[in-house]
Design a protein around this ligand. Structure first.
Ligand code: ADP
Ligand code: GLC
Length: 479
C-alpha cells in the first residue's frame, strides 16, 4: 500500500513531543511490513541528510503564489520528504517565546497543499508515489488536507482513490481562527460548512468531518473525545460513530535499555544490574548524592497544563519529607519552570529541575530513575509511561486516556500490575498512590522486581499498532 504520513513533526528531524516520535516510528514499522511509505513535514532548518530533489511546486494561498521546494532522505526504508519554504525557517516549530506564530494557519495549510503535490511530483527511488495512496494526516496542522482533496483535486478527476485518515494526538488544539481567514485558503465558498465551527475556521473540525476514518492514539482517548475531552468538538467526533477508532502508540527501538546509546550501562528484564549503574551515573551527572538506597523519582514532560505537573508541585512538600530524590526535566509554562528551579533551590540535596529540551537526559532519567511520575489531567496516549516500563522504571499515573490503557495498578494479592494509576485528579489521590509506591519500593523488593519485569515484558511494539493502522487504511478509501 502507498502511505503518506503528513505532520508538523517527524523525529528525529523535528520534535516537541510525542507527535514527532509517532510520525518518526510508525512509518518505519509500516515499511517493515512491506508498505511503500513516505512522510511529509516542513524543513524547519537545514537537515544534513536530506537532499534537494530539484522539484518545485507553486501553491496559491492568502492572495499570493508561493513556491515550495522538496528535500528528500531515505532512512530505514522510509522516504522522508521535507517541504521547504521561508515561513518554516524560524527556529521554532509552532512559535517562540512571544507565543504561537501569527501565520500558523498559512504555514500548515501550505504544508497540506504541498503534501498532496509531493505525492504527485516528488520522485522516490525514481518515481513519485502517485495518486493511489492513503494520506494519514495528524492533528489540526494537517486537518485541511482532506479539504484540498475534496475541493480541489477530486473535482478535477485527481486522487479519486486516495484514502484519508485523521490521527488525533491532541484534541485540545483546534488551530481555529477568524472566519475571514477562509478566503485565504483558496477553495470554493461552498466548503465553508466543512470548516465552520461556531462561526470560526476550525482545521481540526475539518479533518474530523472530511477524513474517511479518525484514529485517536488510544482506545480510551477515542471514547474520551466524544465527551469533555473533545474540547467542544465532542459532537463532531461522536457523530462519526464507527469511523472513530483508537490505536495505541508503540515504543520505538530508540527506547530500549539493551541498546540505548544515551545511557551508562545496558540491561534487560533478566539482568537489571545495569540499571543500578544508570542510576548512579544520573546522580553523578546531576550532582545528587550517589546512593542506591534512596528512591529516585523522575519527570520528563512538556510543561503544559495538560501534564498535571501542578500535582507534582502540590505533592512536593509531602514528598520531600521522605528520603527521596526528585529529578525534573521539562520546558514550557514559566510558572512550572519556576517551580523546577525553586525545587532545586529549596531541596538542593534532593531535587534537580532541568529546564529545557534534552533528549539524552530524557533517556537517562527513564533508565536511572526508580519511579516515573505522570499525573496528566488528560493524556491521549502518552509515551513516557511506556518508555518507563521498558526501562524497569515504575510509573505512577493518573488513569486517563492512554495512561489508563497501559498502566495497571499493582495488586499485592494477585501479584499483578505494572505501576499505580490513580482515579481522581487530585493531589490527595496522587500522594496516596505515591505512598503505596514508595512503601512497596522500600519494603517489598521482590514484589517491586515483579512490577518491573511485568512492565519490561509488555508488548508495546510498533509492529502491532502498525498492523492495526494498515487495516484502517484499507477501509479509508472512498467508497
Ligand atoms: P506529549 O506528546 O504530550 O508531549 P508523550 O508522552 O507522548 O507526550 O511524548 C513526549 C515525548 O517528548 C517523549 O519522547 C519525551 O521524552 C519527550 N520530551 C518531552 N519533554 C522533553 C524535554 N524537556 N526534553 C527531552 N525530551 C522531552
Ligand atoms: C500528543 C499527546 C500524547 C501522545 C502523543 C503522540 O502529544 O499529548 O499523549 O502520546 O501526542 O500520539
Amino acid at each position: 500500500m502507498n502511505i503518506a504520513i503528513v505532520a508538523a513533526e517527524v523525529a528525529p528531524w523535528s520534535k516537541t513531543g510525542g507527535l514527532g516520535d509517532v510520525c518518526g516510528a510508525l512509518p518505519k514499522a509500516l515499511a517493515a511490513l512491506g508498505h511503500h511509505v513516505m512522510t511529509v513535514a516542513p524543513r524547519y532548518k537545514e537537515y544534513p541528510d536530506a537532499w534537494d530533489t530539484g522539484v518545485r511546486a507553486t501553491v496559491h494561498l492568502f492572495g499570493h503564489t508561493h513556491e515550495v521546494a522538496y528535500f528528500h532522505a531515505k532512512v530505514d526504508g522510509v522516504h522522508h520528504v521535507f517541504v521547504d519554504h521561508p515561513s518554516f525557517h524560524r527556529g521554532g516549530i509552532y512559535g517562540d517565546s512571544q507565543g504561537p506564530y501569527g501565520d500558523n494557519l498559512f504555514r500548515f495549510a501550505l504544508l497540506s497543499r504541498a503534501a498532496i503535490e509531493a505525492a504527485a511530483r516528488v520522485p522516490l527511488d525514481g518515481t513519485p508515489m502517485g495518486e493511489d495512496l492513503v494520506f494519514h494526516v495528524n492533528d489540526w496542522h494537517t486537518g485541511l488536507l482532506p479539504l484540498y482533496l475534496e475541493a480541489v483535486y477530486r473535482p478535477a478527476g485527481r486522487f479519486v482513490n486516495a484514502g484519508t485518515v485523521l490521527g488525533v494526538h491532541n484534541a485540545g488544539h483546534h488551530g481555529s481562527g477568524p472566519a475571514h481567514d477562509f478566503a485565504g485558503l483558496d477553495v470554493s465558498a461552498r466548503w465553508w460548512p466543512a470548516v465552520d465551527f461556531d462561526g470560526r475556521l476550525n482545521p481540526l473540525k475539518c479533518g474530523a468531518t472530511l477524513a474517511r476514518k479518525i484514529v485517536a492514539v488510544s482506545p480510551t482517548y477515542a471514547r474520551e473525545i466524544t465527551g469533555p475531552l473533545g474540547f467542544g468538538l465532542e459532537g463532531v467526533f461522536a457523530a462519526r460513530g464507527a469511523d472513530l477508532l483508537g490505536v495505541l502508540n508503540g515504543v520505538d527501538d530508540a527506547w530500549d535499555p539493551r541498546t540505548d546509546r544515551h545511557i551508562a550501562a545496558h540491561f534487560d528484564a533478566e539482568d537489571l544490574s545495569g540499571k543500578a549503574t544508570c542510576k548512579a551515573a544520573l546522580q553523578t551527572e546531576l550532582g545528587l548524592p550517589v546512593r542506591a538506597e534512596v528512591p529516585m523519582l523522575g519527570v520528563v514532560a512538556r510543561l503544559d497544563h495538560q501534564k498535571g505537573i501542578d500535582l507534582v508541585e502540590a505533592a512536593a512538600p509531602w514528598l520531600m519529607r521522605h528520603d527521596v530524590q526528585l529529578v525534573l526535566l521539562g520546558s514550557g509554562s514559566s510558572a512550572l519552570e519556576t517551580f523546577f528551579r525553586q525545587a532545586e533551590r529549596t531541596w538542593p540535596e534532593k531535587a534537580r529541575g532541568w529546564v529545557g529540551f534534552n533528549e539524552g537526559l530524557a533517556h537517562r532519567i527513564e533508565a536511572g530513575a526508580d519511579l516515573f511520575l505522570m499525573p496528566s489531567r488528560f493524556e491521549p496516549c502518552g509515551l513516557n509511561q511506556m518508555y518507563s516500563m521498558r526501562y524497569g522504571t515504575v510509573p505512577v499515573v493518573h488513569a486517563t486516556g492512554g495512561l489508563a490503557d497501559t498502566v495497571q495498578t499493582f495488586d499485592p494479592l494477585s501479584s499483578r500490575g505494572t505501576g499505580w494509576a490513580f482515579k481522581s485528579f487530585s493531589a490527595e489521590a496522587f500522594v496516596e498512590a505515591l505512598g503505596w509506591a514508595l512503601y512497596t519500593w522500600r519494603t517489598h523488593p521482590t514484589a517491586w522486581r515483579g512490577i518491573q519485569v511485568r512492565g519490561m515484558t509488555q508488548d508495546f511494539s510498533w509492529e502491532r499498532s502498525a498492523r492495526a493502522y494498515v487495516a484502517i487504511y484499507e477501509s479509508a478509501r472512498p467508497k
